[in-house]
Write a protein that binds this ligand. Structure first.
Ligand SMILES: Cc1cc2nc3c(=O)[nH]c(=O)nc-3n(C[C@H](O)[C@H](O)[C@H](O)COP(=O)(O)O)c2cc1C
Length: 485
């Protein structure tokens, strides 16, 4: 049995990192502010190539961009430097800063737990208009690229993904990594879950902006971990690849790599004075790693995920407005407008707004673990506190029928606040969406790596919900939770 198939590892990690009423009281965590990690990865010995910041507006409505699941391939779809910059800025760029007496906080395009921004992006590309083929690190601090390797290395990723079709045809491949300590400073071993969520919100933006730029994009979770990590030269004790995104389309096959993959061993500015190690996460990562081309190919070629059709009941049909009637603010405007709501007013939203959010955010995600495209690993449950035209209560969203099934009627503001780690946000919000997954089924099908996929998917859906809310001038915030309650 391969390590990935021994799913005790995922159960051990999952059960060991649950939040409960008791766990947060018995194991309270106090933040060591003097040791707070730096929010950026900086290679001090490499020069930065600044990226252009003036972009042509796509003008594509955010609600259309997040709902588009398939960008048709028409000939070559190769982004130039400006489009690449736009993708990076609107996914992981610094979009806002706020001054406070002790300094300045930099906020990014996508929501991130604790605003700690532990996800880094690397670009592996062919020659693009305005950018030579190479491997680059995206420096969010300077909004620039630092070259790690010169030349076209895409073939290494074609091999690492066992010739995943989108990767084999992509002029640009983005590698997303998570750096344990940068998030574990606050969340300790729970950070491995956060990798999925925080990577997911970035990917929600990236997919939406790609579609607005008419660039096909596909998320790939099946890859040989060692090969990918070696290519970008990360220290895997501290930073690991979590997902890959193939962007664009070209009919020219990647050439053989320009040379042997020598270790990079580049100095990096230390994140903190001292780092605390949480071995449970490294164990979870190792146990969910794929080690050979055969294992990668088998992981991807598993039978299609059967989404259980829901039993017919007297559900309440969503009432999303038609394309002609949706708010049309462009995706770039919405990403810049987005920010996590810090206080909800307890006012109502309309049933049409709720319908639009659920409908647009869940139309499907281009990912190698979702086959057919319309399937999802997560199910959505709602607590409705104040929605015009919908009774307050707990609901299940039957996505196949676009209907809400009432599970229990009543005012559950207090319970929602409790479930959201005793915070006011979920109690005050008009509604709360919970992502739940049948972990046993996911792990049976995908092994431990299913844990990465299911958390990532929840992050993508959450990221889409943020955009769908802000596109309708409704506030939103991600939330953590008590697992078993
Ligand atoms: C998955 C996820 C969970 C979050 N959980 C909480 C939470 O429990 N409480 C909270 O106040 N904010 C939460 N946030 C919001 C983050 O704190 C916020 O995204 C971060 O501070 C960056 O700010 P911004 O979203 O306004 O850009 C969460 C965000 C995400 C993506």
């Amino acid at each position: 049995m391969t390590a990935n198939r021994d799913t005790d590892a995922a159960w051990k990690y999952h059960n060991g990192t649950k939040h409960s009423y008791h766990s947060v009281r018995v194991h309270p965590h106090f933040l060591d502010w003097d040791n707070k990690p730096l929010l950026f990865k900086i290679y001090p010995t490499l020069e930065v190539m600044r990226l252009p910041k003036e972009f042509k507006q796509t003008g594509v409505a955010a609600l259309s961009a997040i709902a588009t699941t398939n960008v048709p391939v028409q000939g070559e779809a190769v982004p130039d430097l400006e489009k690449l910059a736009q993708l990076l800025f609107l996914s992981a760029g610094v979009t806002k800063s706020k001054k406070y007496p002790g300094g300045e906080i930099f906020f990014r395009a996508a929501a991130c737990t604790g605003a700690l921004y532990e996800i880094e992006l690397y670009i592996v590309c062919a020659d693009l208009p305005g950018l030579e083929a190479g491997i680059y690190h995206f420096g969010a601090a300077e909004f620039g690229l630092r070259g790690l390797r010169k030349g076209d290395y895409r073939q290494v990723l074609v091999e690492a993904t066992a010739t995943e079709p989108a990767v084999a045809c992509a002029p640009v491949i983005i590698i997303c990594t998570g750096t344990y300590w940068r998030n574990a400073w606050k969340y300790r071993s729970r950070t491995y879950r956060h990798f999925g969520w925080d990577n997911g919100t970035i990917l929600a933006n990236l997919l939406a902006v790609s579609s607005a730029l008419t660039l096909p994009a596909k998320i790939v979770c099946a890859f040989n971990d060692t090969q990918v990590n070696r290519l970008i030269g990360v220290d895997t004790q501290r930073e690991v690849t979590f997902s890959i995104v193939a962007i664009g389309h070209t009919s020219t096959a990647p050439p053989s790599p320009p040379g042997k993959i020598e270790p990079l061993e580049l100095p990096v500015v230390p994140y903190s004075k001292a780092e605390v190690d949480y071995p449970a996460m490294r164990q979870m990562h190792e146990a969910s790693s794929l080690v050979s081309a055969e294992e990668v190919a088998v992981w991807r070629r598993n039978d299609a995920w059967q989404q259980g059709a829901t039993a017919k009941t007297d559900g309440i049909a969503l009432q999303p407005p038609s394309d002609a009637d949706i708010p049309r603010d462009a995706i770039e405007q919405i990403i810049l407008r987005r920010g996590s709501t810090r206080k909800f007013s307890q006012e109502s939203i309309t049933f049409a707004q709720l319908s639009t959010m659920l409908d647009r955010a869940t139309r499907g995600v281009q990912a190698d673990f979702l086959d057919p495209l319309s399937t999802l690993l997560n199910d959505l449950y709602l607590i409705v506190n104040n929605v015009d035209g919908l009774a307050s209560g707990a609901y299940f969203y039957a996505r196949d029928r676009q209907e809400l099934e009432l599970l229990r009627a009543g005012n559950f503001r207090k319970q929602a606040g409790y479930l959201g780690l005793e915070q006011e946000l979920p109690a005050d919000a008009s509604m709360d969406v919970f992502f739940l997954a049948d972990l046993r089924r996911v792990l049976d099908r995908f092994g431990n790596r299913g844990y990465r996929a299911v958390q990532l998917e929840a992050g993508i859906l959450g990221g889409k919900l943020y955009i769908a809310a802000y596109a309708q001038r409704v506030g939103a915030s991600g939330l953590t939770f008590y697992d078993d309650d």
